[in-house]
Design a protein around this ligand. Structure first.
Ligand SMILES: Cc1ncc(COP(=O)(O)O)c(C=O)c1O
Length: 424
């Protein structure tokens, strides 16, 4: 097949017939395929199965704490130490919570609305307007949290080295801009990591809002699947250097390391924020599930243990990302109708199709039994201004299903491009 983007009208008509016939064969085959969510595959989950036998007969009294009982709201000292070593913070800046970092993010914003943050003059619920900077494309569930609190979302483009900081610096002059979402390493969905220079610019922000909340979601901080671990700056100390120690809350979890929904999660923040938050959280819960924290500590032991585990996970993930990238290179590359990032970590491949075709591709995929993240989901209010972005999550399906899914997706990308060119 020659290059779709430079075909004549007649060539497009004939290629459309071929692609339609191929698409109809997929519909007829009636497969059920899913590349919609960044869920670990069963081949990853199995690597943590030993966790299920822990603590077994091992003592549950560790670090001077009985893990099987109430107490120690901020979590087991060893678990705080482990996350501090991963994030580059101090153990006393880390709070280990339940099984979901997203829930802690929701909770942090919720507390801003109900109680206010450390430097709030009043709770956000008493403000006329609360706006957040949302780096796009971004994580749909961050945007869903904003929507549920009625926070107005302002999209700021993610460039190759992080958010467009010129725009961010302009926006934070407005006092009603109270926060910003960031996924600094292997961002969901582009897989882009912020440069040190950009991280420093973020840490040095001087927002008009005195209680500005930097939501630093480091969900993929050690999630390389291709190559060696890439170090990153500790956002807490960077903020502190610029007099912004209390501006940031950082989040992480073992959801993509052990078991999503049954791992452990944390937030990290300044010690002043920690004291403030602990006061409120202590009204909400007596203590989190320290047995699960212990289970994870017995399983990993230390940072080296968790990094060795990440290597095993990476070895499972890499071939799946290769399937996606090879299919795009071979099937779509020659036609110049899309481009995409080639991530070395994280959980997604971000695909930019011909403007005005992403929704149509989504619809075509659905019609043939392939679930992909809905077009637009990675933008606030589901609004991708170019209707061109699609997110591919390669981790969940087995390789043979992923190959099928990619064949179908590539067929849909080409068909939608041909339809669009013919309509023009
Ligand atoms: C950027 C990002 N943050 C958070 C989460 C969810 O984390 P958790 O399972 O710890 O709630 C995900 C899951 O895909 C994610 O991509």
């Amino acid at each position: 097949m020659s290059n779709i983007s430079s075909m004549s009208h007649d060539e497009l008509l004939s290629i459309k017939k071929e692609l339609q016939a191929e698409y109809d064969r997929f519909v007829k085959a009636g497969k059920k395929l899913d590349i919609s969510r960044g869920k670990p595959g069963n081949d990853q989950l199995i690597l943590s199965k030993e966790l299920l036998n822990l603590p077994g007969d091992a003592p549950t009294f560790v670090d001077g704490v009985e893990a099987a009982n109430y107490g120690v709201l901020e979590g087991l000292p060893s678990a705080r130490k482990l996350f501090s070593e991963i994030l580059g913070t101090k153990p006393e800046q880390v709070f280990i919570g339940g099984s979901s970092s997203l829930s802690m993010m929701f909770d942090t914003i919720s507390k801003a609305f109900t109680h206010g943050l450390l430097h709030s003059e009043k709770p956000w619920s008493k403000l006329d307007k609360v706006k957040f900077i949302c780096v796009v494309p971004g994580y749909d569930r961050h945007f869903a949290i904003c929507e549920s609190f009625g926070i107005e979302m302002i999209p700021v483009l993610l460039l190759d080295d992080g958010p467009d900081m010129n725009m961010v610096y302009e926006l934070i002059k407005d006092e009603s801009v109270r926060g910003m979402w960031c996924v600094p390493k292997y961002s969901n969905p582009d897989g882009v990591s912020y440069s040190d220079e950009t991280v420093r610019k973020i840490a040095a922000m001087k927002p008009a809002a005195k209680d500005f909340l930097l939501m630093w979601d480091n969900a993929y901080c050690i999630h390389e699947f291709d190559g060696e671990f890439v170090p990153f700056l500790d956002i807490l100390s960077e903020c502190e250097k610029h007099g912004n120690a209390d501006m940031v809350f950082e989040f992480a979890s073992t959801s993509k390391i052990t078991f999503p929904g049954a791992g452990i999660s944390c937030f990290a923040c300044s010690e002043a924020n920690m004291a403030y938050m602990k006061k409120i959280i202590s009204k909400q819960i007596i203590s989190y599930d320290k047995l699960n924290q212990l289970r994870h500590m017995l399983f990993f032991k230390n940072r080296e243990g968790i990094m060795a585990h990440m290597k095993k996970l990476g070895a499972v993930l890499k071939p799946k990302f290769d399937v996606v990238l090879n299919a795009l290179n071979e099937e779509i590359g020659p036609h110049h109708i899309a481009n995409w990032y080639k991530p070395k970590g994280g959980y997604f491949v971000s695909l930019y199709t011909m403007a005005g075709t992403a929704k149509r591709i989504s619809e075509l995929c659905k019609g043939a039994g392939l679930v992909i993240t809905p077009a637009g989901a990675t933008y606030p209010y589901g609004n991708d201004p170019n209707d061109s972005h699609l997110r591919i999550a390669p981790s969940y399906p087995p390789i043979d299903e992923l190959k099928e899914a990619m064949k179908l997706l590539c067929c849909c990308i080409k068909l939608a491009a041909v339809e669009k060119l013919l309509a023009e």
